[in-house]
Design a protein around this ligand. Structure first.
Ligand code: NAP
Length: 226
């Protein structure tokens, strides 16, 4: 599918999935947001953030996932994870959308969510709650911004071969997950990046408010270990 040069903001372009997204969109003019130029955990920095870049595409990939029992999380840790994974994004998104709407642009927004946008897991409470919130944001903004020609979609990866996965899971756990996945594989960052690119394409402009799950089928496997 042919694609015109677009202006794209990628939040979290330095992570394993973000890097691949940047690579597949290499024809775009890209503004990258990572902890090097903006700490999403720091609300003061986020509120002072300004840009003249009016994007055609906004991709939110940033996240912190720090597995810990809910009861042992400090209030500061809870706030930080929620800021990075959700609050800072909605604050910046609001500023960007005002400019986009004023410029009468038809923007496409893609948010990277997770299988934990729908289910819970011990030691993942705040990460999972922030991902539920992002999925809610996807649906609500799709409804509210649809009349302005703005689409909002979510991509939920299953277990992806990234630093985040290797830090949070043992090799034994990864192999167990592979065995429970109908496609018998771990997802690759490129599998996620290709779907993001498709959702940004003009040919898919009628899709909005949807969650595309890219997980090798693990979330629909009803075998439950039998
Ligand atoms: N890996 C998986 O299996 C998996 C599964 C489901 C969903 N996901 C989702 O996919 C996305 C990417 O995951 P990944 O595995 O590629 O993660 P990753 O490599 O850890 O990347 C995380 C990204 O978030 C940015 N970030 C973290 N803290 C930040 C802060 N305080 N301020 C600004 N930016 C910050 C990082 O920027 P810096 O490098 O500059 O810190 C990095 O670009 C995440 O939303 C994750 O929840 C991943």
């Amino acid at each position: 599918m042919a694609r015109l040069k677009k202006k794209t903001i990628i939040f979290g372009s330095s992570g394993d999935i973000g890097k691949k997204i940047k690579q597949v969109l290499n024809k775009d003019k890209i503004l990258e947001i990572n902890s090097k130029n903006l700490d999403l955990g720091n609300i003061e920095q986020v509120e002072n953030f300004e840009t003249n870049f009016i994007p055609d595409n906004i991709i939110f990939v940033s996240a912190k996932n720090n597995p810990k029992d809910f009861l042992s999380l400090s209030n500061r840790e809870i706030q930080e994870i929620f800021n990075i994974n959700f609050i800072s994004f909605i604050k910046i998104l609001k500023k960007l959308l005002k400019k986009i709407i004023k410029a009468k642009k038809k923007c496409k927004i893609v948010i990277i969510t997770s299988l934990y946008s729908r289910v819970g897991r011990s030691q993942r409470a705040i990460y999972s709650i922030s991902k539920h919130a992002l999925l809610g944001l996807t649906r609500n903004l799709a409804v509210e911004l649809g009349p302005k020609g703005i689409t909002v979609n979510a991509v939920s990866p299953g277990y992806v071969d990234t630093k985040m996965t290797r830090n949070n899971l043992t090799l034994k756990q990864i192999n167990f997950l592979k065995s429970k996945t109908p496609l018998k594989k771990i997802i690759l960052p490129n599998d996620i990046a290709r779907i993001v690119k498709i959702l940004l394409d003009d040919e898919t402009k009628s899709i909005t408010g949807q969650e595309i799950i890219v997980d090798g089928g693990i979330s629909i496997n009803g075998s439950f270990g039998l």
